[in-house]
Design a protein around this ligand. Structure first.
Ligand code: BJW
Ligand code: ZN
Length: 261
């Protein structure tokens, strides 16, 4: 490679990864795009011409639980058929290789978890933080009941076929965080602690428009971390980035991470 070529930022980031004490990896839907999971915004982001902002809300579920469950039932089934891609595997490898790496994901698809299992580790992993819950958890709209990792198919064909809470009989809902709802307190706290401690922050496949998740890399930068963005498109975080990789995450991340000692 000649000086100034594409290999220079790659080499510089590899060196930064090797030298950093504390690495925070923040991921969004784009990290799963190459597994065949649709992203929320941009091409293919609409479901039956509805935006995520109109479906993923407590109000939408109250008004029309069948339609919202239809969306989730389809996604649960489709994602059940998807497998982790090279980006999930590279991230899992780095997480398992080093005790100072924390992964904070907005994704509810469970593909980071499955990459960790494929790498031979058990779940839950204490340094994989889910900010927006899981598609494969059910919880009650009215009592504390919840059931993790249920892969059972949901039948949204009528209101009576929708899942119910076995404890109190109220409606069960997906165990995800909708607009207007608070993020899980412990997850947000742990993400903020990891952001403050990190010397390097890798942001992978997020449009960085949904808060408070989008503020986590900002917290890291304010606390002194350098930022690398992996995204084919610019985001509001781009101006904060020291390194910008416009390739698909599954192509570039393994190339960078697997070469690092
Ligand atoms: C690739 C690629 C490849 C493609 N490789 N890259 C200011 C401050 C704080 C809050 C707010 C605020 N303004 C407004 C709010 C409220 C709101 C919000 O942020 N709204 C914005 C839209 C304006 N936030 C909330 O309501 C949150 N809660 C909250 O604030 O609570 C406060 C509260 C406190 C106390 C009491 C009560 C309330 C909750 C947000 C929940 C978001 N939920 C969703 C749905 C989850 C369930 C489900 O999946 O069904 O989470 S919305 C959806 O967006 C999902 C995602 O996690 C999230 C982020 O999307 P993401 O991952 O970035 O995906 P995309 O599609 O946007 O981007 C993909 C990217 O990948 C693109 O950039 C591509 O270019 C790229 N890409 N291929 C790499 N191969
Ligand atoms: Zn209940």
């Amino acid at each position: 490679m000649t000086p100034g070529s594409v290999d220079d930022p790659v080499r510089a980031l590899r060196e930064a990864i090797a030298a950093a004490r504390g690495i925070l990896i923040v991921t969004g839907a784009g990290v799963s795009a190459e597994s065949g999971v649709p992203t929320f915004r941009g091409e293919g982001g609409l479901w039956k011409r509805r935006r995520v902002e109109d479906l993923a809300t407590p109000g939408a579920f109250r008004r029309d639980p069948r339609t919202v469950w239809e969306w989730y039932a389809e996604r649960r089934e489709a994602i059940g058929r998807c497998t982790p891609n090279a980006a999930h595997r590279a991230i899992a490898a780095l997480l398992l290789r080093r005790s100072d790496v924390t992964v904070v994901t907005q994704n509810v698809d469970g593909l980071h978890d499955r990459a960790i299992i494929e790498a031979g580790e058990e779940l839950p992993h204490p340094r994989l933080i889910h900010l927006h819950g899981s598609l494969f958890t059910l919880r009650c709209v009215s009592c504390p009941w919840q059931e993790p990792h249920s892969a059972a198919p949901i039948d949204p064909s009528s209101e009576v076929s929708l899942p119910r809470c076995p404890a109190c009989g109220a409606m069960a809902r997906p165990g995800v965080v909708w607009f207007g709802e608070p993020l899980p307190e412990a997850a947000l706290r742990e993400a903020s602690i990891a952001a403050t401690a990190a010397e390097l922050c890798l942001v992978v496949g997020t449009s960085a428009v949904v808060y408070p998740a989008a503020s986590i890399p900002q917290v890291a930068v304010e606390a002194g971390a350098r930022l690398a963005e992996f995204n084919p498109s610019p985001t509001p975080l781009t101006p904060l980035a020291t390194w910008i990789f416009r390739q698909a995450a599954g192509k570039i991340l393994p190339y960078i991470i697997h070469e690092v000692e």
